[in-house]
Design a protein around this ligand. Structure first.
Ligand code: GTP
Ligand code: SPV
Ligand code: MN
Length: 588
């Protein structure tokens, strides 16, 4: 497929180490992919679903110990520990290479190594970057074929260029004790072993498009962020774009595909999806911030996805989709998960493969982090700008997380620097998207805690620098939202989902100086009546509560913020320290 010497030498070196029985280049043709699907069905790696109801759809079940990202086994191997920073796992690159070489040696014996050339971003876009993933998993090949642009066009566009990310994945024994997800940012290299799940093995996604790309962005003057990108069209047909960073399983896919409440739909408001997980952001020649979605598909959380909550995501999964770790309805060979509807199948295979009566089963039929891999073009609300190589201009950046108490429904940062501080002080309850305890509040700056490829303090500094380079008149305004505030009984107080549109409209109005706000200790809050509650069955007292700031709880948070920032020592930008001081004084 290529005469690129650097590619071929690297490929040979990796093959000598892993010793596959054969090597197969993925050309991206439907014919080749179809052969691989058939092979995976024959070996049981995939199950073919009901082809009338779900054409082109397949099912995959992972090992029970391999169902989420593994943050404690994820490493950033920079030459010094300081470059990786205090919140990343680190090991000396030479030591890590030596350790992993032992694990990889002979790991593909008797197996096939697939070579997947892929592009993050439209092939040929100035934003785009190329990777090559070597893997011994057909499941990975088929997922990468949905999530990225793959094949001959990509390797052709690389030509003799040596600027590509070298990605190696071996499934090996899926042994959690020997599982490693390792980034070597200085070498543009990713090595992943002993997993076959999602973000651990689809190396274009979190490993490249966030960890390696965030490092490249810092060096080259752009940003790689854990953000959705959506376009909001008003009745005049004008579209404004918003990026939002929420931690894993905190609502990005849902917000990106939002369907407005009926009264707004009737007026002509629409939402268009550009991306649901990752944004690459650059400053354009006009001083504005532009974003592309480097991915080509959605690797979305299945549970909670229904016609009511996320019609568009569900519609996107009706063809050419791979489902992982959901439940199977044995009566018609279709899929089911908690929250799809209120009718679990009686004749059911739950996610680990046991035959159960879904109606009486006590437990989850689908794993809480079960996922669908769906082509973006399947989405009914995919933006016409999805393939735009220049990206879309961003009006607002929104941060958010799961906070039962502290954060109000929405507030606005006073300026860019304050906005960076708002992002840097993000915290959220942990979810099933990563292995470990669920529901524990942890600090997750910009939703990038698990994904930043260098020292988080330098990452904050990079955000501040980017702000200085933007035209101050055109820089996105920065906001914080919380869809997950709870009452004393633990119920969500805000209806969320489509009704989040009400908050987005306030945000865009603020960007154009149209909506009212009141200054508070933490930033600008919507003034009375500024969030439109037309046709919403919400007690005005509840909205008041949702928009309230409890100074005692915030003071506790400030104590925690201080402790958190202390670990960065002198490397913490002075702007962040100054904002912390302002917040503390405001709360006193
Ligand atoms: P990753 O793919 O892990 O990065 O997750 P994500 O941020 O895209 O989260 P997603 O949109 O898949 O939502 C995760 C879970 O949160 C799902 O079970 C949703 O149903 C639920 N959720 C999303 N938006 C809302 C909301 O506005 N309110 C409430 N209560 N739940 C929501
Ligand atoms: C996330 O965990 O944020 C995801 C899923 O989007 S994964 O691809 O596993 O990272
Ligand atoms: Mn994500």
């Amino acid at each position: 497929m290529t005469n690129n010497k650097v590619v071929l030498n690297w490929l040979n070196e990796m093959a000598e180490m892993t010793k596959p029985e054969k090597i197969v280049w993925i050309d991206g043709s439907e014919e080749q992919l179809e052969k691989l699907r058939a092979e995976a069905v024959a070996t049981g790696e995939l199950i073919k679903l009901n082809q009338e109801k779900l054409p082109g759809c397949y099912y995959h079940r992972t090992a029970e110990n391999d169902v989420a990202r593994v943050e404690d086994r994820t490493f950033i191997c920079t030459p010094t520990k300081e470059e990786a920073g205090p919140i990343n796992n680190w090991m000396d690159p030479a030591e890590m290479y030596a350790k992993l070489k032992k694990l990889y040696t002979g790991s593909m014996m008797g197996r096939t190594m697939y070579v997947i050339p892929y592009s993050m971003g439209p092939v040929g876009s100035p934003f785009s970057k190329i990777g090559i993933e070597l893997t011994d998993s057909i499941y990975v090949v088929l997922n990468m074929a949905i999530m990225t642009r793959i094949g001959k066009a990509v390797i052709d566009s690389l030509g003799d260029n040596t600027d590509f990310v070298k990605c190696l994945h071996a499934k090996k024994d899926v042994d959690p004790e020997e599982r490693y997800i390792v980034q070597f940012p200085q070498d543009s290299t990713i090595w992943s072993i002993n997993s076959a799940y999602g973000g651990n093995v689809l190396l274009g996604k979190k490993c490249f498009a966030l960890r390696i790309a965030s490092y490249l962005g810092m060096k080259e003057g752009w940003m790689a962020e854990h953000m959705l990108i959506l376009g909001l069209e008003n009745p005049k047909g004008e579209v404004k774009y918003i990026c939002a960073a929420f931690p894993s399983a905190c609502g990005k896919t849902n917000l990106a595909m939002l369907i407005p409440p009926e009264y707004l739909k009737k007026k002509g408001y629409k939402v268009w999806t550009v991306g649901d997980d990752i944004a690459w952001l650059r400053i354009g020649p006009d001083g504005r911030l532009y974003a592309i979605n480097p991915e080509a598909g959605f690797f979305g959380v299945a549970p909670g996805t229904s016609e009511k909550t996320n019609f568009n995501a569900l519609a996107a999964t009706k063809k050419n989709t791979i489902f992982t770790n959901v439940a199977i309805n044995n009566d018609d060979n279709t899929v089911w998960w908690e929250g799809l509807d209120k009718n679990p199948p009686e004749n059911c295979t739950e996610w680990t493969g046991k035959q159960v009566n879904g109606k009486t089963f006590d437990g989850k039929l689908a794993h809480p982090n079960s996922r669908f891999t769906a082509p973006a073009i399947n989405c009914p609300c995919i933006s016409s700008e999805f393939e735009n190589p220049q990206g879309v201009p961003i009006s607002a950046i929104v941060f958010g997380g799961r906070r039962a108490k502290t954060a109000p429904l929405v507030y606005q940062a006073r300026d860019w620097e304050h906005g960076v501080f708002v992002g840097a002080t993000m915290a959220s309850e942990t979810t099933a998207a990563a292995a470990g305890a669920v529901g524990v509040v942890r600090r997750d700056p910009m939703a990038m805690k698990p994904f930043v490829g260098y020292n988080m303090a330098d990452y904050f500094a990079h955000w501040i620098e980017m702000g200085k380079k933007l035209d101050p008149e055109k820089a996105p305004k920065i906001f914080h939202v919380n869809w997950f505030r709870q009452d004393d009984e633990g119920n969500f107080m805000w209806p969320g989902f489509g009704d989040n549109m009400r908050v987005l409209l306030w945000i865009l109005d603020r960007c154009e100086n149209r909506a009212g706000a009141v200054d508070s200790a933490i930033g600008y809050l919507p003034e009375d009546g500024a969030v439109d509650t037309t046709d919403l069955d919400l007690n005005p007292d509840v909205l008041k509560e949702l928009l309230s700031v409890d100074k005692d709880i915030w003071m506790e948070d400030v104590v925690n913020q201080k402790e958190y920032f202390a670990q960065f020592g002198d490397r913490l930008p002075k702007e962040i320290a100054k904002q912390l001081e302002i917040l503390e004084n405001n709360l006193k």
